[in-house]
Design a protein around this ligand. Structure first.
Ligand code: NAD
Length: 246
């Protein structure tokens, strides 16, 4: 699963799953553009990659803003020389029961979790299509398939990411661009720590592997999808949940 010579963009890579993905891709030899809306978090991840002997470039930017996204892709091509891998990881939750959910909370989650995936994908594909090579990996959630009380905006956006992935996989297959989506279960990150214990405790009991996941559990699967060993996988929705899917 060698990624030497490849250039990767990982969004939301200042924390949690995105950070673990950035570190893993760099460990496999890819040069990584580390994006985050929090520029300090992005540069901390990039520093960590460099301290481990890898190559990284940090770029602060909001994936829901077209201008930020286009500038990020421009910098990747200019500074790292191209882009073969895109990991659409940035995501947020704004939890509330539907009866209390505001239009702002709906829009915020849709803009980051769904529009962000559209904008980043659209921005990298001209480059990938020209070179007839690309690996796009979207991070959805098992919630996008099963739904969750208090997260209708998040679940709708994550279900949207699955539909987007499957459509774009069909459109881009002729250009040798693989597009897949990972559906994490419960993964120990700051996002998960936002779920109240009264909901989280019972859910953990339902996981067949009897533990929450760690960000590295997702990073390993993403590194595989980014590699040529996964060359015949496209449009796949891969659940990484410790067996939890109800
Ligand atoms: P996290 O909160 O630890 O990290 C998310 C990162 O994204 C943060 O560094 C944040 O600053 C950044 N970010 C937020 N908005 C952004 C924007 N507009 N532009 C760029 N960066 C932005 O969360 P995490 O748990 O690591 O989540 C990563 C992804 O995995 C998300 O898409 C999330 O929905 C998904 N996911 C997480 C879990 C879980 O249990 N942790 C489960 C399923 C799916």
């Amino acid at each position: 699963m060698d990624l030497k010579g490849k250039r990767a963009i990982v969004t939301g890579a200042g924390s949690g799953i995105g950070k673990a993905i950035a570190l893993k891709l760099a460990e496999r030899g890819a040069a990584v553009l580390v994006n985050d809306v929090d520029p300090e978090a992005a540069s901390a991840t990039a520093r960590e990659i460099e301290e481990r002997g890898g190559k990284a470039l940090s770029v602060g930017g909001d994936v829901s803003k077209g201008e930020d996204v286009r500038e990020m892709v421009r910098l990747c091509i200019e500074e790292l020389g191209g882009v073969e891998i895109l990991v659409n990881n940035a995501g947020i939750a704004r939890s509330a029961l539907l009866i209390n959910l505001t239009e702002e909370q709906w829009d915020e989650v849709m803009n980051v979790n769904l529009k962000g995936v559209f904008l980043c994908t659209k921005a990298v594909i001209p480059h990938m299509m020209k070179r007839r090579y690309g690996k796009i990996i979207n991070i959805s959630s098992i919630y996008g398939r099963i739904g969750a009380i208090g997260d209708s905006n998040y679940c709708a956006a994550k279900a949207g990411v699955i539909g987007f992935t499957k459509s774009v996989a069909k459109e881009l297959a002729r250009y040798n661009i693989n597009v897949n989506v990972v559906l994490p279960g419960l993964i120990d990150t700051p996002l998960l720590r936002g779920i109240p214990e009264k909901y989280l405790g019972p859910m953990i009991k339902e996981i067949p592997l009897k533990r929450v996941g760690v960000p590295e559990d997702i990073a390993g699967v993403v590194a595989f999808l980014a590699s040529d060993e996964a060359g015949y996988l496209t449009g796949a929705a891969i659940e990484v949940t410790g067996g939890w899917n109800m």
